[in-house]
Ligand binder design. Structure first.
Ligand code: SAH
Ligand code: SF4
Length: 345
C-alpha cells in the first residue's frame, strides 16, 4: 500500500490522526488482504479505502511450496503485466525469511544467474518492493503457518544498488516503527559490487546488513563472469568496503558461489583469504559458500569435497566461513534461479 496516498485520503476525508496508525498496522503488520477486514473502522471509510487504494500493487499469480516445505515461491503480476518473484524461506524450524526482488530482471548480466539472462526490464517502485515483504506476513497468518518472520533479504531479482532511491525508501518503510516495523538487524541487502551504492548505503543505513556477491578473487575471472567488475574492479571494491567498515562496525557478508573447476581451487581460496584480510578487521568478515544452482547453462556445482576443502582453507586464513545449504531449488526458487516464470508445471 502506498502509505503517502493513505495519508492524503484520510486527510481529504477529515479522519482523526489515529486512523492512519490503525490502518497502517492492519495492512503492514497484520498483512490483511482487504480493507473490509478492518472492522474497527466504519463501513463508509472501508468503501472509500477500497475505491482509492490498493493493498498490493500486484496480483498474486501463484504460490508454490517446495517438497520439504521450507521454501514457498510466489509470482506476482505487476500492473503493467511484468512478473516478479519472491521466496519465503525457512532456514531453521519456525523461522522465516523473505527474499525479495528490487527490479524486474537485471542489467548486470552475471553469467551464472537466470535473472541476469533476462536483462533489465524496469526498476520496482518502493511500494512494489515493500509489498512483497508484507504479502508474506499475510500469507503466514492466513495459512496458519507458525514461526517468527523477521528477516528480509534483498536477494531476489535485480541489483538493489542500481535502483538506489526506491530501495532506500523501501528499507526506510520496512524498518519504520509506525509502518512495517521489521527489525533493522533482520534486513540484509546484497550487491554484486556496485561501488557508488555501497558508499551511499554506508552513509545512510548504519544498522542494515550488507552482503557482497564476490564469487571471484581474481580480476581476470571476475571480469569474465561478472561484467560489473569492469566498472568497479576488486581494488576499487575494496576501498568501498573499507569505507563501509569505517562507518559501521558491523559484520560484512561475502557470498561465494562454488563453481567446479572455475573458482574452487586452492589458489582461489588463498587469493580470497588474502583479499579479504587486506580489507581490514578480519573478525568482521564472514564468507558464505553457496552451492551453484543449475540454470541450464554451462556451469557445474563444485563437489562436496572441494567445498569442504575450500572452507577449511578460508578458515585457516583466519576468516569465518560457512556453507550455505540450498533451499527451494526444486521450485526454482533458490539463489540465481528467479526468472519470472514458473518452471514447476
Ligand atoms: N543482484 C544482487 C542481489 C541478488 S542476490 C547480487 O547479485 O548480489 C542473488 C544471489 O544469488 C547473489 O549472491 C548471486 O550472485 C547468487 N546467484 C546468482 N546466480 C546463482 C546461481 N545460479 N546459483 C547460486 N547462486 C546464484
Ligand atoms: Fe543481477 Fe545479482 Fe543476478 Fe548478477 S547475480 S545478474 S547482479 S541479480
Amino acid at each position: 500500500m502506498d502509505y503517502k496516498k493513505l495519508q492524503k485520503v484520510l486527510e481529504k476525508n477529515e479522519q482523526p490522526a489515529f486512523r492512519f496508525k490503525q490502518i497502517a498496522k492492519a495492512v503492514f503488520h497484520d498483512g490483511i488482504s482487504s480493507f473490509d477486514e478492518i472492522t474497527t473502522i466504519s463501513k463508509d471509510l472501508r468503501m472509500i479505502l477500497n475505491k482509492e487504494l490498493q493493498i498490493y500493487p500486484f496480483n498474486v499469480k501463484e504460490a508454490v511450496i517446495s517438497r520439504d516445505k521450507r521454501a514457498i515461491k510466489a509470482l506476482f503480476e505487476l500492473e503493467d503485466g511484468n512478473i516478479i518473484e519472491s521466496v519465503l524461506i525457512s532456514p531453521k524450524p519456525e523461522t522465516w525469511s523473505a527474499c525479495i526482488s528490487s527490479q524486474v530482471g537485471c542489467a548486470m548480466a552475471c553469467d551464472f544467474c537466470a535473472t541476469g539472462k533476462l536483462g533489465l526490464r524496469r526498476d520496482l517502485t518502493s511500494d512494489e518492493i515493500v509489498s512483497q515483504a508484507v504479502f508474506w506476513r499475510g500469507y503466514l497468518r492466513e495459512n496458519n503457518i507458525a514461526g517468527t518472520y523477521t528477516n528480509i533479504v534483498y536477494m531476489g531479482m535485480g541489483e538493489p544498488f542500481m535502483n538506489w532511491e526506491n530501495v532506500k525508501e523501501s528499507i526506510t518503510i520496512l524498518t519504520d516503527e509506525s509502518l512495517c516495523d521489521f527489525p533493522n538487524r533482520g534486513v540484509s541487502v546484497s550487491t554484486s559490487g556496485v561501488v557508488p551504492g555501497i558508499e551511499k548505503f554506508a552513509d545512510t543505513f548504519g544498522q542494515i546488513n550488507l552482503a557482497i556477491s564476490l564469487h571471484f578473487a581474481f580480476d581476470e575471472k571476475r571480469d569474465e563472469y561478472m561484467p560489473v567488475n569492469k566498472a568497479y574492479n576488486l581494488e576499487r571494491l575494496k576501498k568501498s568496503l573499507q569505507y563501509y567498515l569505517s562507518k559501521n562496525k558491523r559484520r560484512l557478508f561475502i557470498e561465494y558461489i562454488m563453481l567446479d573447476g572455475i573458482n574452487d581451487s586452492k589458489e582461489d581460496a588463498v587469493a580470497l583469504t588474502k583479499y579479504l584480510r587486506s580489507i581490514g578487521d578480519k573478525k568482521l568478515i564472514i564468507v558464505n559458500l553457496i552451492k551453484y544452482n543449475s540454470i541450464d547453462e554451462g556451469f557445474t556445482p563444485s563437489t562436496t569435497d572441494s567445498v569442504q576443502k575450500f572452507k577449511e582453507l578460508v578458515k585457516r586464513g583466519g576468516i569465518a566461513c560457512t556453507i550455505r545449504k540450498s533451499i527451494g531449488d526444486d521450485i526454482h526458487g533458490a539463489c540465481g534461479q528467479l526468472a519470472g516464470k514458473n518452471k514447476c508445471n
